[in-house]
Design a protein around this ligand. Structure first.
Ligand code: SF4
Length: 331
């Protein structure tokens, strides 16, 4: 099967020491260089096969959204390689990325922030159509925009309304129509349902899945909750402090989780009249700062199974079963 996206050994960092006084400190009468670096993404690998949904899951601040922004090149990677549709886009300039971005669209958590409040919704969807198809007339672009709005469940008679006149779920539908307007191959959905009511979440997830087949899309889906991605994912990567600590097909991850952090996430999913999805896992300590990454396994401060080696040596990613990877000294 063709690969829509390959991410190899990707790193992203941010230097918080922006001026010379942040970079140099006086210590014991000597000037020493001391920069504060946020290690947001720390060598992650994954790929998305054409037509598949790969979900990245982890707590807030684990580097999921930074990964998404780096893949779409809103941020230049610190290290590693991004291959999109067979083309290495790692070092492409902003101008060189323009035709690529047509095929890679993003949907955001807060659709209101990503929709221009002064534009009617038909114009919001028409804008990318006209930008990428300058030969189309305004009338042709409007026809296409209205068709897309109808596909996502917005009626044509609502075309002249503004974003604030719609509910959160409807605004996310408009955001989806705008993303589809340029017929992308990959949609990066960054927490697209976390701001919505639970009943609306299911509608938007169902819509995204229906569109996947209709528009031949692949998805990189980002969420902080495994229960959200349970029904839509083909594969899942669990992120902790900028690393993917476990990666597997959905069925294997839910039925046979390996990494203690994955077990923790699964055991915290509420279930009604059912056993928890994993044995309860004891959680200790706080999430370490991405400025001072722990030595050894990044999870060692919080892991009930930590051994001496976990505090000394960083575990490397191993394939422990068919296409089931984890980074843990237990395996
Ligand atoms: Fe826990 Fe050690 Fe595995 Fe890290 S490597 S998850 S500390 S057992």
């Amino acid at each position: 099967m063709n690969k829509t996206l390959e991410v190899k050994n990707l790193y992203q960092q941010f230097n918080l020491s922006s001026n010379i006084f942040d970079k140099y400190k006086l210590k014991s009468g000597k000037i020493v260089r001391e920069e504060k670096i946020v290690h947001a993404v720390n060598g992650i690998n994954f790929e998305i096969e054409q037509g598949n949904v790969f979900s990245l899951v982890g707590e807030s601040g684990c580097g999921k959204s930074t990964t998404a922004r780096t893949i779409i090149k809103l941020l230049q990677p610190k290290k590693g390689q991004i291959i999109f549709d067979g083309q290495d886009i790692t070092n492409l300039t902003g101008k060189e990325m323009l035709p690529i971005r047509r095929n890679m669209q993003m949907i955001f958590q807060d659709p209101f922030a990503s929709l221009n409040p002064r534009y009617k919704i038909k114009n919001i969807v028409m804008e990318p159509i006209l930008f990428h198809n300058p030969k189309l007339t305004v009338k042709e672009a409007e026809k296409e925009a209205l068709e897309l709005l109808e596909i996502v469940g917005i009626r044509p008679e609502q075309k002249n309304r503004y974003p604030h006149q719609f509910s959160g779920g409807q605004r996310q539908r408009i955001g989806v129509a705008r993303a589809l307007a340029v017929r992308p191959k990959l949609i990066i959905a960054d927490e697209p349902v976390s701001a919505l009511d639970v009943s609306i979440q299911a509608q938007i997830l169902n819509l995204l899945m229906d569109l996947k087949d209709e528009f031949n899309l692949s998805y990189l889906f980002i969420a902080h909750d495994l229960s959200v991605v349970k029904h839509i994912s083909d594969e899942i990567g669990v992120m902790y402090l900028g690393k993917i600590v476990e990666k597997a097909k959905k069925k294997d991850l839910f039925n046979n989780p390996k990494h203690p952090y994955t077990k923790l996430l699964l055991s915290s999913i509420p279930t009604i009249n059912e056993d928890p999805l994993a044995e309860p896992v004891e959680i200790i300590g706080e999430i370490p700062s991405p400025i001072n990454l722990p030595k050894g396994c990044y999870f060692n401060d919080r892991c009930a199974y930590a051994m001496d080696i976990c505090r000394e040596k960083e575990p490397i990613e191993k394939e422990i079963e068919n296409k089931h990877f984890t980074s843990c000294h237990l395996y």
